[in-house]
Design a protein around this ligand. Structure first.
Ligand SMILES: C[S@@+](CC[C@H](N)C(=O)[O-])C[C@H]1O[C@@H](n2cnc3c(N)ncnc32)[C@H](O)[C@@H]1O
Length: 238
């Protein structure tokens, strides 16, 4: 392992340390939270990512599956598909690398890609761009954790255990692009869905620096920004 990957691995682990989380939470609460409270997303009666991914694979007859960020293989093990690759620098899957180094060396193409690695806007944006380059025609990209319920769940750096990160900003950016068609399935903390086809409902917004979007923007505009749909609707348009 080179020094860069070693430091990155330590940093990822350190981010989960409780004292760092407590300090980050204090900073967010004191200086950044606008006290908007919870949006009220309730995923308890919605399908889980395991059944969503499997149903889509079965329905479309997909033969190859890539998961970025596998952790304890809760999803990776559940997925049944002819060819499977799981990438994580720390645990689970089949390839012990960051997504960046995986994409640099990978020569394979995939029908179904599930992105669930580092939950930072800039990393998710890269993971989406790299995934689009290796997606087979008619394939699908899914992105986990797109619907944070409150400021703290989406704060970067991470400040609590339940954490979506600012993945949502990468989805908003995708929604503004002409050549990809982006939705968010209302299930399992929000599952972003990207098809490599013309955008059917392009999002027009003023803010051009997506990184600078605030939770406040998401709080008031999440339906429009994220193109939220139920799983039953998603199945009809895939
Ligand atoms: C939320 S967990 C994944 C959960 C898993 N997909 C599931 O559904 O059960 C996030 C994982 O991303 C991994 N990760 C962090 N940075 C990464 C990176 N740069 N590339 C790939 N994976 C990364 C972490 O090690 C962690 O295991």
């Amino acid at each position: 392992m080179n020094i860069y990957n070693f430091i990155k691995k330590k940093y990822i682990r350190l981010q989960g340390s409780r004292n760092i989380l407590k300090l980050n939470f204090f900073i967010e609460k004191s200086f950044k939270d606008k006290k908007l409270g919870n949006i009220g997303f309730d995923f308890s009666q919605k399908p889980k990512r395991q059944s969503i991914v499997q149903e889509i694979i079965n329905l479309k007859g997909y033969k190859s599956y890539l998961e970025i960020g596998t952790f304890h293989d809760e999803l990776y093990q559940a997925v049944k598909c002819e060819a499977k690759v799981g990438v994580d620098p720390v645990s689970g899957g089949t390839i012990r690398k960051t997504s960046d180094s995986f994409f640099k060396e990978n020569k394979d193409k995939f029908d179904c890609i599930f992105i669930d690695g580092l939950h930072y806007y800039s990393q998710v944006k890269k993971d989406i761009e790299n995934s689009l380059k290796i997606l087979n025609p008619g394939g699908i990209i899914m992105i986990h954790d797109c619907l944070p319920n409150n400021h703290f769940e989406q704060a970067v750096p991470r400040c609590q255990i339940t954490w979506n990160g600012d993945v949502w900003k990468a989805l908003v950016e995708c929604r503004t692009q002409e050549n990809i068609d982006t939705y968010t399935c209302y299930a399992d903390f929000g599952i972003g869905v990207i098809f490599n086809r013309k955008n059917r409902d392009i999002l027009k917004i003023q803010e051009k620096s997506f990184f600078k979007l605030k939770f406040e923007d998401f709080f008031y505009n999440h339906k429009k920004y994220m193109n939220i749909i139920e799983f039953e609707e998603l199945i009809k348009i895939i």
